[in-house]
Design a protein around this ligand. Sequence first.
Ligand SMILES: [Zn+2]
Length: 254
Amino acid sequence: MLQVVPVKAFKDNYIWTLRNASHAAVVDPGEAQPVLDYLAREKLELAAILATHHHADHVGGIAELLQRHRVPVYGPRNEPIPTLTHPVGGGDKVSLAPLGVEFAVLDIPGHTRAHIAYYGAGSLFCGDTLFACGCGRLFEGTAEQMYASLDKLARLPDETKVYCGHEYTLANIGFAKAVEPGNAALRQREEKDRGLSEAGRPTLPSTIGEEKATNPFLRAREPAVVESVNKYLGSRVSDPVRVFAAIRDWKNKF
Ligand SMILES: [Zn+2]
């Protein structure tokens, strides 16, 4: 049976590790050593590496992993990742036979210019685009692109498990409460995730349904969010992309 296990890297990165009894694939190995330690401890053979975007804290460990394991490396076709063996883009499929799982590749630009996500087996690996109760910064893309990317992810089934690249949830919830103080689902989420965090457990995965109910970046059409953004801006906007852009700007300064 396929399991998804978080392997921690740096301060708050997760290297999501898909595994069965004999094989593993890793998503966004920013560092090699935590992966090598995990594979050795669990006696697993590495089957593949998947990258969502080119930032070093997501791909920095690939070269060292390849020195020990000759495996395919999937990642965005239009980003500078020299270690890729299988460049992919939206509409492509990634089939990991040793793990019996197939993913659809989704183009979700915004954080970087050609960021991708992997969707399959009821799970979404979305790197630094959608975070639990937040979203990535716009380093290489526009607000229009990021809004469209998040909208694409929000259309996946509510029960889809969301595996993002960082543990930012509690800080993100703090900001979300400033945007939407009256959101009861958000308060429930804070209680749940604070409990997980205090127990030393990841707050991830979340679900698309949970994100739609609590993540301000997916709620740019909600009247309460629009109202709050208008107060922040001191002017009236209602177009969802402009509301989204204002939330992103507000979060950057929060
Ligand atoms: Zn990034």
